[in-house]
Design a protein around this ligand. Sequence first.
Ligand code: HEC
Length: 130
Amino acid sequence: MTSVTLGAGAAHATDTQTLRSGQAFYQSACAQCHGIDAKGGGPLANVLTAKPTDLTTMSRRNGGQFPFYEAFKMIEGRTAVPAHGTREMPAWGAILEIEQRGQPQGTSPSTYVYGRISELLVYLESVQQR
Ligand code: HEC
C-alpha cells in the first residue's frame, strides 16, 4: 500500500485490518449456516428449522441503509427477541464473553464483545448487494 498522507494511510490500514478480522470471524463462526458468500446457504442450513437469513440483502431490506443497530442486537443476542418462532441463531454476546476471558487483562467484557461484533458488522456491510 502506498499512502499519500500519514493520516489517510493510517485510517485506511485500520479499516483494512478491521475488515480482515471481521471476515476471519465470519468465516469461522457464521459461514457454516449463512454460507461463505453470506447468502444463507451454508452446510448447516439444511438441518435447521429456520432458514439462515441472506445477509447480503440486509441493507436492501432496510430501505438501502445497513441496519447496524438491529444487526448488532441480533448478533449479540440477549437484547433482541425474534418476533416469531424459536431462535436458532446462536447468541454471540455470551460466546464472546467466554472468549474474552483469554484476552490480556484490561479489556472489559463489554468492550471486547462490542469490538468483535463491530468488526463483523464492518465486514457484513462490505458484502451488501446494492
Ligand atoms: C447455527 C446456525 C447459525 C450460525 C452459526 C449463525 N447464524 Fe445468524 N442466523 C441463523 C438463523 C437460522 C437466522 C434466522 C433467525 C433465527 O431463526 O434465529 C439467523 C439470523 C441472523 C441475522 C438476522 C438477519 C436479518 O436481517 O434478520 C443476522 C444479522 C445474523 N444471523 C448474523 C450472524 C453472524 C454475524 C453470525 C456469526 C457470528 C451468525 N449469524 C451465525 C443461523 C445461524
